[in-house]
Design a protein around this ligand. Sequence first.
Ligand code: ITT
Length: 235
Amino acid sequence: MTDPAAPLNEIVVATGNPHKVRELNAMLTSGQGRAGLRFRSLADLPGGPWTEPVEDGGTFEANAAIKARSYAQQTGMVCLADDSGLMVDALGGAPGVISSHYATDGKETGLSREERDAANNLRLIADIAHVAEPDRTARFVCVMVLALPSEGGESTILARTRGEFVGRIGMPGPSPQGGVPRGTHGFGYDPLFLVAPSHEQTSAELDPAVKNAVSHRAKAATAMIERIDALRASE
Ligand code: ITT
């Protein structure tokens, strides 16, 4: 177990993606009273391999909580987990929690990330082909959950934050005329997502530093770091 007197000094991030951990640590450099606080990647912790929990929740909140609770209990450390995806209003919020496997209705495949992204984008374009441009409103959503492990019991959720990045899905077509897909940055649905309020650029056309400052993940992370500051101040 983490030292109960200082449980919020080292936080494990439930991801194998070192970029997410680096980005979070970079966000800590601004702000006061954060001495000793740092995020660590699961991959860097002794004691693995860790068992990946089944993310079978119906919401981003539920899936982030499943991950945060599982790794908090496995590592004995306070754990931060996130879940994110795209919600399209005209599709009743789909692809939602199955965003990364939308083309296969949520089923895992042996496809690479790039192959999955390409198949998901084709599926999305087909599913909203009948929807007029102004009604193609959509948002990327990111939920972050912080969990405190407990010895022999249920972990406790210490904080939950949510960030949204609003836009709409572009019409397919040649890019000089404003059609999508376009842009070379980012991943996933970025080449289809026209960023509000101007809807002139896709999120794949944004400079990565700009996207990282305004995205759903950035908003959820900024709010989470504020919550962690408040929890540390009250310890
Ligand atoms: P993990 O291994 O950390 O779970 P992931 O890419 O599978 O990474 P995310 O929860 O970050 O999972 O995102 C789920 C899916 O939602 C992702 O595969 C994309 O299809 C979509 N998505 C999320 N954030 C996005 C973004 O910023 N731009 C484009 N697509 C995004």
